[in-house]
Ligand binder design. Sequence first.
Ligand code: AMP
Ligand code: ZN
Length: 111
Amino acid sequence: METCIFCKIVAGEIPSAKVYEDGEIVIFKDIHPMAKVHLLVVPKDHYRTVKELTPERGEVLARALKKVADLAPSLGLGNGFRLVVNQGESAGQTVPHLHIHVLGGEPLGWE
Ligand code: AMP
Ligand code: ZN
């Protein structure tokens, strides 16, 4: 998707503060952090919501979550973290490329 900002980050066409990358995913810092540590886990494959999940895409997400858990201590998330996936307009999804917010680095409230 040539107009998708996360596809442009995946392609290296615009800069991001990457903390991890492999053939399937990239993890970078959110530009407007909502917690002391706020990362975005982005599959390189462009699709919008979990409605477009396939078994293969689901396996990529499962590996991505395991990677986050493995990297958590080195990312400042050793005391725990929150995963958020906004789906659609009412949930506040602003980027139409599936992504998982990872929040932590401090005690988090629940509003
Ligand atoms: P959502 O509102 O769930 O679609 O989340 C999109 C997130 O992407 C927001 O938290 C934005 O702050 C973040 N974001 C948008 N553009 C960039 C960018 N160029 N680099 C890093 N994060 C971004
Ligand atoms: Zn995209």
